[in-house]
Design a protein around this ligand. Structure first.
Ligand code: NAP
Length: 295
C-alpha cells in the first residue's frame, strides 16, 4: 500500500514507518516545511497539497503538539488543541475532496477521551469523560466525521500511554528511576492503560488493513495496571528501589494541570474492538513490555 503519514518524525510515526516499510508498504511523510521531502501540509496556513493525496491507499494521521513536554500554560493548551482539531479538520476535508479517495483514514486520538474514571473498565462504548484532554479528544475525533461522511473508512485510534525507551512518558520517568529515587505518584491506585510501542505500530497497521474496523478503537494492552504495580515492575526491570513516593501535591506543583490530567488521572481501558478483530499482542504483560524496551 502507499500511505501518507502525518507526524511521521514523531515517536509513534517513526516506529510505524519502520514497521510498515519492512512489510513492503510505501510511506510518504506529510511535511510541514516546503523544503522537506514528502507531501506538504500546514495547519497554520490551512494548506494541503491536495494533488499529493490523490490516489493514496491510506492516511495515518499522528501529528500533534507534544503533550508530555513543557508546562500546560494557556499558549501550550491552545497549541495542543489546535494542532489536533484544526490539523484533523484540514486532513479530513482534504481527503473528502479527493477524486480518488483513500480506502482508510486512521487518526490518532487518546484514552484521555475517557477522563478520570477510577477503576471503571472502559470499552469503546463507554461515555466520554470531563476535563481539558477529554474535551480535546472529543473534538479531535468528531472532526474526522467529514472523511467518514465522504465514504472513507475512518478509525479513531484511542492510544494509551506508549511505552518506549526512546520517548514519551517512560523516557521521562527513567532518570529518577535509574537514580534509585523512583516511586509511586499520588495514591498509586490510579489505573494506567499502556501499550508497548512495538504493539502500537502493529495495531495501527492492523487498523489500516482490516476493513472490519471502523470508528473508535482502543489502542491499549489488555491488562491496564495501577501506578503502584507499574512502579514496582519498572523498578524490578531496572533493578532499582522504588521507595520515594511523589505526593499528589508535589506532582501538581511540578507539573501543573498535566499532573491532574495525565499522572494522577485513573483510566482503565480495554482493547475490545482490537481483540474482537483478532489482533494478537506481543507484549500483553507489563513486565514483558517494559523488559522489551531495554534490549
Ligand atoms: N506517545 C503517547 O504516549 C501517546 C499517547 C496517546 C496519544 N498519543 C497521540 O499519538 C500521536 C503521536 O504521538 P507521538 O508520541 O508520536 O508524538 P510526538 O513524538 O510528539 O510526535 C508528534 C509529531 O507531530 C508533529 N507535530 C509536532 N508539533 C506539531 C504541531 N504543533 N502541529 C502539527 N504537527 C506537529 C511532528 O511531526 P512532523 O515534524 O513530522 O510533522 C511530531 O514529530 C499524537 O497525536 C499523540 O497525541 C500519543
Amino acid at each position: 500500500m502507499r500511505m501518507i503519514v502525518t507526524g511521521a518524525s514523531g515517536l509513534v510515526g517513526t516506529e510505524f514507518g519502520q514497521l510498515a516499510s519492512s512489510q513492503g508498504h510505501e510511506i510518504i511523510p506529510a511535511v510541514r516545511r516546503r523544503q522537506q521531502s514528502g507531501v506538504y501540509w500546514n495547519v497554520a496556513e490551512q494548506t494541503c497539497d491536495t494533488e499529493g493525496f490523490e490516489g493514496i491507499d491510506a492516511v495515518v494521521h499522528l501529528a500533534g503538539e507534544n503533550i508530555a513536554e513543557g508546562r500546560w500554560n494557556d499558549a501550550k493548551k491552545k497549541r495542543i488543541r489546535e494542532s489536533r482539531v484544526e490539523g484533523t479538520k484540514l486532513i479530513a476535508s482534504t481527503l473528502a475532496s479527493l477524486q480518488e479517495k483513500p480506502a482508510a483514514f486512521v487518526c490518532a486520538s487518546a484514552i484521555g477521551y475517557y477522563g478520570n474514571r477510577g477503576d471503571e473498565r472502559m470499552t469503546e462504548n463507554s461515555s466520554p469523560g470531563e476535563g481539558f484532554l477529554a474535551d480535546v479528544c472529543r473534538e479531535w475525533e468528531s472532526t474526522t466525521k467529514v472523511a467518514a461522511d465522504a465514504g472513507i473508512r475512518t478509525v479513531q485510534g484511542r492510544i494509551g500511554v506508549v511505552l518506549s525507551e526512546k520517548g514519551g512518558a517512560l523516557k521521562q520517568m527513567l532518570t529518577p528511576f535509574k537514580m534509585g529515587v523512583g516511586g509511586t505518584i499520588g495514591s498509586g491506585n490510579q489505573y494506567m492503560s499502556w501499550i508497548a510501542i512495538q504493539d502500537l505500530a502493529r495495531a495501527l497497521l492492523h487498523c489500516v488493513t482490516d476493513s472490519s474496523l471502523n470508528g473508535p478503537v482502543n489502542l491499549v494492552a489488555p491488562q491496564p495496571v495501577t501506578n503502584r504495580e507499574f512502579t514496582k515492575t519498572l523498578g524490578g526491570v531496572l533493578k532499582r528501589p522504588t521507595i520515594f513516593p511523589v505526593p499528589a501535591f508535589a506532582a501538581k506543583l511540578a507539573f501543573g494541570q498535566m499532573a491532574d490530567d495525565l499522572l494522577l488521572s485513573s483510566t482503565r481501558v480495554l482493547p475490545e474492538r482490537l481483540t474482537d478483530a483478532g489482533f494478537q499482542f506481543e507484549y500483553g504483560d507489563i513486565k514483558e513490555a517494559l523488559s522489551g524496551q531495554f534490549g
